[in-house]
Write a protein that binds this ligand. Structure first.
Ligand code: 4F9
Length: 249
């Protein structure tokens, strides 16, 4: 996959993209990240990229020309991208499902805005998608772009290596993950649950599933309502409800 990132601050991306899974994916040629400095496409000799808003108001607005020019240049280099994504609080919420959808594409362009906002014509006539990573205001779209690249990268076949599977993890079945433990068996008086030391694979599987269901019910009940539960899941939840009833009687 090729990901072109348009930003006024390419230096922000150095750390996160040069470590761990993303570093390995790039080294293996599974992911090519290309940082494009929007300022290089300014239409004037002062290299400005922003201006005061029409109609008045505080702050500066990023103008359309540098962003349209940068995308035109990218298209001339590599052809039409699959998606041109603007990171903005006005976008649709980024979820694991959106990450999965984007991981099937070959070529993404991400546009990171800054200042008080971006000229509306970028979303009107250039972007194919607008994505928000959550309901908070940041100083720019750079951190959201990094979040998107991280979540998408690990879904590209081959990036996680032999041992790990993206499908076994949180959200793949709509539930939170069960608790994990490693050595030592007891730490500061805190013991590892006995069942995990038993070697009884079926008991362990059932315990983990129950924990995942209980955790999701307690912390994120709205996820449980949306999850695709098996007959076994429903039986486990019924048992839990019976246990709660007997506690209250
Ligand atoms: C973008 C916040 C995407 C959340 C961009 C200020 C942003 C954002 N998700 N905030 N510029």
């Amino acid at each position: 996959m090729v990901i072109d990132i348009l930003t006024l601050f390419p230096e922000m991306f150095a750390g996160p993209f040069d470590a761990s899974i993303i570093k390995r994916a790039r080294a293996r040629g599974l992911l090519q990240i290309n940082l494009v400095n929007i300022r290089d496409f300014s239409p004037n000799k002062h290299r400005t990229v922003d201006d005061t808003p029409y109609g008045g108001g505080a702050g500066m607005v990023m103008g359309p020309e540098p962003i349209f020019n940068a995308v035109d240049w990218l298209k001339s280099q590599r052809g039409e991208p699959d998606r041109i994504i603007l990171l903005t609080p006005c976008g649709r919420l980024f979820t694991q499902e959106v990450a999965r959808e984007l991981s099937r594409e070959k070529h993404l362009v991400l546009i990171c805005g800054h200042y008080e906002g971006i000229d509306e014509r970028v979303s009107e006539a250039l972007a194919t998608d607008e994505i928000s990573i959550g309901d908070y205001v940041l100083t720019g779209g750079e951190l959201p772009a990094m979040v998107l690249v991280d979540a998408v990268c690990r879904l590209i076949p081959g990036t996680l290596g032999e041992s790990a599977s993206a499908e076994e993890e949180s959200f793949s079945d709509g539930l939170l993950e069960y608790p994990q433990y490693t050595r030592p068996r007891e730490y500061r008086g805190l013991a590892v649950p006995e069942v995990l030391l038993s070697g009884h694979h079926e008991k362990i599987r059932l315990w983990r599933r129950r924990q995942a269901l209980l955790r999701t019910l307690a912390a994120r009940p709205e996820l449980l309502a949306k999850a695709s539960l098996t007959a076994e899941d429903k039986r486990i939840l019924m048992e839990v409800m019976e246990e709660i009833k007997s506690l209250l009687s």
